[in-house]
Structure formats: structure tokens, C-alpha cells
Design a protein around this ligand. Structure first.
Ligand code: AHR
Length: 521
């Protein structure tokens, strides 16, 4: 035996002891023998609103910009989005959608009318990024468009015409107008939101009023040719289960009509413990960190409760629960326009992303799409830009590391773990999910939410025996570590050496405040 072999054996023997010195051993059972549902790639969707510098500056710089672009769309952004396999982008809002009149955003740019973006900073919107530009973005990224139609200040005809303009191959006024504007072939549009937050900025409607409007609009949002739309109804406030009940009842009662139309129901939930005191994105304490995680874990019970209502009407799960806005919402960065919602993004955001993605994986039988808010320069962004510079945030790196779960079969997990106690209670110290991809590889994602305590995990793989394990980790020296312009990345994906697989038992040593994805072969 060489000295190297001897050292490796000593190290392996010592790992369990080292783990128990750090903490009580947590256990995770991965049921590879109970795989059933698929984790849709659309769970990894994005949201891009005409808000602050998400579109203008963040995505769109125009063809004459010195920033490298393809037909006005930033090349660096497209390349970064392709790396995380962005599957869908929701556009043009948000609240903006219900003030947006799509015809203002087609035709020669110089002739497009301007408008005031009353929701977001009162700035002038010149409509230079419109339908053709958005569809070009989706084609460059290789993702599906999720278009949010205007119910609040629009008309049924306006929405119906937009669908025809986009997807019809016929000889009709809208398809011909599209051709005149330079696009011969119709596009494919998979997802269509019939309004946004119609209880509030989308029209201040009652649940009953919206149910009627949703049915009326849905009938005129047509499938043209081979295009098949998944129409998504607007949800109520996060905890408004009655709203869900009213929409589902309408769906059920309109047999033959609405049942054929509706494919999704939207839930919006932002991680904001106190809307009057949102706090800084980077200047926070461990107490704030704990409160944020406790809040974000409420996503689990929201999904369970809305799903329970949906199950009563739709036990076959024909309608997907689309969490088409989620993420952290903090105070804007000092000195920036309060209406632009520009915030930095730290290891805390990475943890929130990991926890939510694990929850979405768990409920993937019902949760078919989610769209984090928002893609660039707004709220919990993937990417921040400053002129020609670009920063990939910790949240971006979670999406990149977790990309292995896209379209993989979910493996149910049983997690027994320690608690992490803080202000106002305690939360599980760990969060986990697992899947098996088409090549048969098993991926297990584990997050240690505890700010200061490492955790050992003993993981049993039921129904399979892996022989090798490798991994990646996202962590940093501080909870509020973030990536900034002109600096080396403080938070990124690193190789992870803390997992061992012996006799079918996987042992993992998770550092405090870390997120790990393991690959078992
Ligand atoms: O993402 C910002 C805003 O939050 C959206 O415009 C709106 O739908 C939600 O209230």
C-alpha cells in the first residue's frame, strides 16, 4: 500500500466522525424506485418586464450601440441566458402588461408612439422593444415566449388580434400586417397569460368578475393553424384560496368551452417578510437572513393549499400551477430610481433560489412553470449590467448548477434534519431535491440553510446503487457576499469534495450556508 492509499483510507474512515463532531447526522432517503413525475424545464423560466433597466440597457441596446449586439439585443446577455438553458421568458409585464398596447410596438421604430410607464418610475417608453424584438430574443435564446395580454385597459379584440398577428399563417389583416413588418412565417407561442394580477394593477377585479372576463377573453384568444396555446388565468393574492376556488369552479362549470382553453393558473409570491421595511439586499444581519428564509419557505404551504383547491376540480392535474412571479424583493440600491427596483444579489438570494427550486421540484406534478422576477437588473436578477459590463449574480449560478434537473424525472426524497432556530421560530436546516436525467444519472441538490453550522447528511439511495459521486458547491465567506462590477466573483460554482459513496450509502459534509449538487453514477 502506498502512502497515498493509506492517507485516503484514513480520511474515509474519519469522515463520519468528523461529521458527527459538526452536528447530529441528518438523513436523506432518495426514492429512485418511486420516480413518477417530470421536472419541467419551464420551472426554470424567467420574467422580463418593461421596468427599470430590465429591457432597455439590460437586454435591448439597439442596433447602433457600441455594445456588441445582434439586431439590437445584447450578445453577452443572450450567451449567459443560453448557458443556464432558459426555457421560457414572460413578457411584457407584470403591471406594465395591463397598460401595454401591442400595436404601439410594431412597425418602423421611429414611427412608434411613445407612452408613459406609469407603474415604473413614470419614464417614457418609446416602444422600440416590441413584439418582433421580443420574439427575436426568444429565438436567439432558444426559449418559449410567455406573453401576458392586457385585460385591464385593453379589449378582447386587441388581444385576439395580437394572437392572430403572432401565430396565424392565413390571409387575414393581422397575419398580413406581420408580413408587411418583415416576418413571413408565423411564430409559435406556447404560453399566454390572460391578464396579470387582475385583483390589483391588472384591473382591481373581484374573483367573480375576473372569472367571467377570463372566460370571455379565453374564447377569443384562438389557436391558429398548428399553434396550441396554454392559456394561463391570473391568480389572486398569494393566500386568496377563495379566488382559486372561484376560477376553478368557472373552469369546471364551462365544460366543453373553458375546459378546453385553460392550461394554467398563476400564483405570485414574493419573499418579503415586511412590505413596509423590505431592507437592504446586501447590508443585513443573520436575523434578517433567517427571517427571509422563513418567509420563502411559505412557498411550500402556498403550493399545497392552492393545489388542494385545484385538486377538488381537476384531480387529473390538467391545469398547471404556474408560479409566474417569485423571488426576493428588497429596497432599491441607494441612489437608484425607486421605481426601477434595482437590487444587488447575495449568497442569501442564492439560498432563496435553491430553496424555491427544491420546492418546485417536489410539487412538479402540479407546478409546470415558474418565472423568477426578474431576468436582468430588476429584483432577484440573474444578471446585472452597467453599460457594457455584466455581472452574473449568485442566483444565476444556482440556476446554472441546478440546470441538470431540467426535464429530469423527479425522485421523491424523505429528509430528516436538524432545525435552525432564529427570530420567531425555527426552520429545517436543510432543503433537498433529487432527479434522474435521461442518461440515468442521479442528481441530488442539498442546501444547508444554517448560517454558521456545518451539517452531515447520510443519504440512502433506494432502488439503485451508485458507484461514483462528484459534486459542485456554491458558498462564500459571508452571507452577504455578492458579485460586483470589475471584481473577481465572490460567489460562484466550485468543485465539491465533501461527498463519499460507499456500499450504497452516500455521506455528505455540507459547510454552513452552502448549496451543493451531487451527481451519482
Ligand atoms: O415584478 C414586479 C411587479 O410585481 C409586477 O409588475 C407585478 O405583477 C407584481 O406585483
Amino acid at each position: 500500500m502506498t502512502r497515498k492509499h493509506f492517507l485516503v483510507i484514513v480520511m474515509l474512515l474519519c469522515i463520519p466522525a468528523a461529521l458527527s463532531a459538526q452536528s447530529a447526522m441528518n438523513t436523506l432517503v432518495v426514492h429512485a424506485d418511486a420516480a413518477k413525475d417530470t421536472i419541467s424545464r419551464f420551472i426554470y423560466g424567467q420574467f422580463a418586464e418593461h421596468l427599470g433597466q430590465c429591457i432597455y440597457g439590460g437586454i435591448w441596446v439597439g442596433e447602433n450601440s457600441s455594445i456588441p449586439n445582434t439586431r439590437g439585443i445584447r450578445n453577452d446577455i443572450v450567451a449567459a441566458l443560453k448557458r443556464i438553458k432558459v426555457a421560457a421568458i414572460r413578457w411584457p409585464g407584470g403591471c406594465f402588461a395591463d397598460e401595454y398596447h401591442w400595436m404601439d410596438g410594431i412597425g418602423p421604430r421611429a414611427a412608434r408612439p411613445k407612452m408613459v410607464n406609469t407603474n415604473w418610475g413614470g419614464v417614457t417608453e418609446d416602444n422600440s422593444f416590441g413584439t418582433h424584438e421580443f420574439m427575436d430574443l426568444c429565438e436567439q435564446v432558444g426559449c418559449e415566449p410567455v406573453i401576458c395580454g392586457n385585460i385591464g385597459s385593453g379589449t378582447v379584440k386587441e388581444m385576439s388580434d395580437w394572437v392572430q398577428y403572432l401565430t396565424s399563417d392565413g390571409d387575414n389583416p393581422m397575419a398580413n400586417l406581420r408580413r408587411k413588418n418583415g416576418r413571413q412565417e408565423p411564430w409559435k407561442v406556447k404560453f399566454w397569460c390572460v391578464g396579470n394580477e387582475t385583483w390589483g394593477c391588472g384591473g382591481i377585479m373581484s374573483a367573480e368578475q375576473y372569472a367571467d372576463e377570463m372566460a370571455r377573453y379565453s374564447q377569443f384568444v384562438k389557436n391558429h393553424g398548428v399553434n396550441r396555446l396554454t392559456r394561463i388565468a391570473s391568480g389572486g393574492l398569494p393566500e386568496d384560496y377563495r379566488w382559486t376556488d372561484v376560477q376553478m369552479k368557472k373552469w369546471k362549470s364551462a365544460d366543453g368551452w373553458l375546459q378546453g382553453y385553460l392550461g394554467g393558473y398563476s400564483l405570485h409570491f414574493y419573499t418579503v417578510p415586511d412590505w413596509n421595511k423590505k431592507g437592504s439586499a446586501t447590508n443585513f444581519t443573520e436575523k434578517d437572513y433567517f427571517t427571509t428564509l422563513k418567509k420563502t419557505l411559505e412557498m411550500d404551504s402556498l403550493i399545497v393549499k392552492h393545489s388542494a383547491v385545484m385538486d377538488r376540480y381537476d384531480p387529473e392535474k390538467k391545469i398547471g400551477l404556474m408560479v409566474d412571479e417569485w423571488g426576493n424583493w428588497f429596497d432599491v440600491e441607494p441612489g437608484t430610481n425607486p421605481g426601477f427596483l434595482y437590487q444587488q444579489n447575495s449568497l442569501r438570494d442564492a439560498m432563496v433560489a435553491a430553496v424555491n427550486l427544491n420546492i418546485f421540484h417536489k410539487y412538479c406534478a402540479r407546478v409546470r412553470m415558474t418565472n423568477i422576477a426578474q431576468m436582468v437588473n430588476v429584483l432577484q436578477a440573474m444578471i446585472l449590467t452597467r453599460a457594457k459590463e455584466m455581472v452574473l449574480t449568485p442566483t444565476y449560478h444556482v440556476f446554472r448548477m441546478y440546470g441538470v434537473h431540467q426535464d429530469a424525472v423527479q425522485l421523491p426524497v424523505d429528509l430528516q434534519c436538524e432545525s435552525y432556530s432564529g427570530e420567531g421560530g425555527s426552520i429545517p436546516a436543510l432543503s433537498a431535491s433529487a432527479s434522474r436525467d435521461r442518461a440515468g444519472k442521479i442528481h441530488i441538490s442539498l442546501a444547508n440553510l444554517h448560517a454558521t453550522k456545518a451539517q452531515g447528511v447520510r443519504c440512502e439511495l433506494k432502488g439503485t446503487t451508485g458507484s461514483t459521486v462528484s459534486g459542485e458547491i456554491i458558498t462564500a465567506s459571508a452571507l452577504n457576499a455578492y458579485n460586483d462590477f470589475g471584481k473577481k466573483e465572490a460567489v460562484n460554482i466550485q468543485p465539491f469534495e465533501g461527498a463519499q459513496l460507499r456500499n450504497g450509502v452516500l455521506t455528505v459534509a455540507l459547510p454552513a450556508k452552502s448549496i451543493v449538487t451531487l451527481e451519482v453514477n
